[in-house]
Design a protein around this ligand. Structure first.
Ligand code: CP
Ligand code: NVA
Length: 301
């Protein structure tokens, strides 16, 4: 059984192959209307469940469109509408769903939910974001970087802001794809200790971005963070906003990324998000192509 649960638990050569396939899948569809079926229909006769315990725009639409282009059918389920949200165990849910569908994508809160789903499902399970990681996003981000600026190996990536779930998947990717990762943010919002050794810390954002090939940020308040922490987080993170002055200290051709959704003019200014170095909408598009490659990988197609 091939699941796609995390970047550090997927072999590096498989990750490289997924990125290559994502690009080939994208190239093969250039200019076609979005509803055009892919020529080889690898998911013909396949049923895929997309489970969301949190809101989503990109993950929901990109997986749904991707499955349909590959000839499969989808079922989008909200956690609260399922018995899962009303006391049925994850293990039972996993075993039941496996009798109906050929693959499960789940966006959830606790990582344990994802891991239990994978343990008990008899079909592949894909991580569509947990409180700890967001691997599909980072696969799209690596694909995007390489499209614009060539191999990411040996490059300098700087994360400014909250040491959150998206950062964690970047940290896993730093090891697997062999790039340098610098975290700049307040000590109170440092990444989780388990990620130690995968990145370095530079508290001063101006120093951190010197020589950067890529500057990345994300929302200051994630879906799993209590709204009551909003003001405190904003106060702690204000100095880590990605603005024109900060981008000017990175390399001239440094890219800017944000997984979206963004709070414009909080974590990044609109001038950066819409500026010449920004590739935020390419990242969003590449979710579709990278995830199609991930689904093919999981199903051995
Ligand atoms: N980047 C991302 O995962 O977006 P959604 O929350 O809209 O799916
Ligand atoms: N860190 C954000 C990412 C959203 C795609 C969150 O978890 O809410």
């Amino acid at each position: 059984m091939t699941h796609f649960l995390d970047i550090h638990t997927t072999p590096a050569e498989d990750l490289q192959a997924i990125i290559r396939n994502g690009r080939a899948i994208k190239d093969a569809r250039k200019g076609l209307p979005k509803g055009t079926p892919d020529a080889d229909q690898p998911l013909a006769n396949h049923m895929v469940a997309l489970i969301f315990e949190k809101p989503s725009t990109r993950t929901r639409v990109s997986f749904d469109v991707g499955v349909r282009q590959m000839g499969g059918q989808t079922m989008v389920l909200s956690g609260s509408d399922m018995q899962l949200g009303h006391g049925e165990t994850i293990a039972d849910t996993a075993r039941v769903l496996s009798r109906y569908v050929d693959m499960i994508m789940i966006r959830t809160f606790e990582e344990q939910t994802l891991l239990e789903m994978a343990e008990y499902a008899t079909v592949p399970v894909i991580n569509g974001l947990t409180n700890r990681t967001h691997p599909c996003q980072i696969m799209a981000d690596i694909m995007t970087f390489e499209e614009h600026n060539g191999p990411i190996k040996g490059k300098k990536v700087v994360w400014s802001g909250d040491g959150n779930n998206v950062f964690a998947s970047f940290a896993h990717a730093a090891k697997q794809f062999d790039f340098e990762l610098v975290f700049t943010g307040p000590e109170t919002l440092d990444p989780e200790p388990a990620l130690a050794g995968l990145y370095t810390i530079e508290r001063d954002p101006d120093r951190a971005v010197q020589g950067a090939d890529l500057v990345v940020t994300d929302t200051w308040v994630s879906m799993h963070d209590p709204q009551s922490a909003r003001e405190r987080r904003h106060n702690q993170l204000r100095g880590y906003q990605v603005n024109d002055a900060l981008m000017a200290k990175a390399k001239d051709d440094a890219l800017f990324m944000h997984c979206l959704p963004a709070h414009r003019d909080d974590e990044a200014t609109s001038s950066v998000m819409d500026g010449k170095n920004s590739v935020i909408f390419d990242e969003a598009e590449n979710r579709l192509h990278a995830q199609k490659a991930i689904m093919r990988y999981c199903l051995g197609k």
